[in-house]
Write a protein that binds this ligand. Structure first.
Ligand SMILES: Nc1ncnc2c1ncn2[C@@H]1O[C@H](COP(=O)(O)OP(=O)(O)OP(=O)(O)O)[C@@H](O)[C@H]1O
Ligand SMILES: [Mg+2]
Length: 259
C-alpha cells in the first residue's frame, strides 16, 4: 500500500470569519423523541468551543447518532435550541449551516449514493459552486490520500467495508468544513488505518471535531474532552484521558474500558 499523503488538505475558507467567535456549538435544553416513542434526549445543554476535539460516548442506543443528526439539522428537536457558529439552526438557516458542518454517518452507505466514488466526492463541492475541474483535482488528491484512486470509478457496492468508510470520509472532507462531526469513524478500519486516521484528524484545519466512538483508546488519542450520554442526558463531561483512567465512572456509564 502506498503511503497516503493528506497533509495538503485544503484550508478552511471561512476560518477567518469565525475566528472572532469563541463558542462554536451551543446546545440549550434540547429534547428529542422519535414519533410514537419515549424521550430519547432530554434537556441536553453543552457548549463546544473553537479549537476543541470532543468525544461523544455512550452505550449502544444511548442517543449519540440521534444527537449528532440533530446538530446537523437532519432531525429537528421537540424543543430547545442549537447554535452553530453564532447562527440558530432552523429551516431558514439550514443551507448556510450545512456549508459549515461536515457530517459522516455511522453507516457509510448513507453517504455514498452516486454511480461512482469519484462522483460522490465531487458532488458536494459542485453543489456549492466549486468549478468541476477544481473539485475533481481536490477529489483526486483526497482519494489518493485514502488509497482509493484505484477504486475511484467503482460504485459503493464494489468497495470493502473499510474502503466505504474512507470514501465517505473523503466526501465530507471535500467540503472543507469548519466543524467536523464523525459518527464512529473507525468502524471497519484496520489498526494501520485507525492510527493514520488519528494522525489525519489531529492535523485537520477544522474549528471543532466531534467524534462518536466505542473505541475508547483510539478516541482518547484524538480528543481532549469527552461527553458521555446516559439515559438521554449528558452524565459526564471531562477530559478524555481522565475519563479513560476513571474505571468506576466508565463502568457506571456501561463502558468497560477493556472490551
Ligand atoms: N429512525 C428511528 N426511529 C425510531 N427510533 C429510532 C430511530 N433511530 C434510532 N432510534 C432509537 O433511538 C435510540 C438512540 O439511537 P441512536 O442510534 O441515536 O443510538 P447510538 O448511541 O448512536 O447507538 P450506537 O452506539 O448503536 O450507534 C435507540 O433506542 C434507537 O432504537
Ligand atoms: Mg450511533
Amino acid at each position: 500500500m502506498s503511503e497516503p499523503i493528506l497533509n495538503e488538505l485544503p484550508k478552511s475558507a471561512i476560518a477567518d470569519k469565525t475566528s472572532a467567535i469563541a463558542v462554536g456549538v451551543q446546545v440549550s435544553d434540547l429534547v428529542f423523541s422519535y414519533p410514537h416513542q419515549g424521550i430519547i434526549l432530554q434537556n441536553i445543554s453543552f457548549t463546544l468551543n473553537l479549537g476543541e476535539r470532543v468525544a461523544l460516548l455512550g452505550r449502544t442506543g444511548s442517543g449519540k447518532s440521534t444527537l449528532m443528526e440533530n446538530l446537523v439539522g437532519l432531525k429537528r428537536p421537540n424543543s430547545g435550541e442549537i447554535q452553530i457558529l453564532g447562527t440558530t439552526l432552523g429551516p431558514e438557516t439550514l443551507f448556510q449551516v450545512r456549508q459549515q458542518i461536515g457530517f459522516a454517518f455511522q453507516d457509510p452507505n448513507n453517504q455514498l449514493f452516486m454511480p461512482t466514488i469519484l462522483e460522490d466526492v465531487i458532488f458536494g463541492p459542485c453543489n456549492y459552486g466549486v468549478p468541476e475541474a477544481l473539485a475533481r483535482e481536490q477529489a483526486d488528491q483526497l482519494l489518493a490520500g485514502f488509497s482509493l484512486s484505484e477504486v475511484a470509478h467503482r460504485s459503493v457496492h464494489e468497495l470493502s467495508g473499510g474502503q466505504k468508510r474512507l470514501a465517505a470520509l473523503a466526501t465530507v472532507l471535500a467540503l472543507n468544513p469548519d466543524i467536523l462531526i464523525l459518527d464512529e469513524p473507525t468502524n471497519g478500519l484496520d489498526p494501520w488505518w485507525r492510527r493514520h486516521l488519528a494522525e489525519i484528524l489531529i492535523q485537520l484545519p477544522v474549528q471543532i471535531l466531534l467524534i462518536a466512538s466505542h473505541d475508547l483508546h483510539w478516541v482518547s488519542r484524538v480528543t481532549q474532552r469527552a461527553l458521555v450520554l446516559k439515559q438521554g442526558q449528558i452524565q459526564v463531561d471531562q477530559p478524555t484521558i481522565a475519563l479513560l483512567q476513571d474505571r468506576p465512572t466508565l463502568e457506571s456509564c456501561g463502558l468497560p474500558p477493556d472490551y
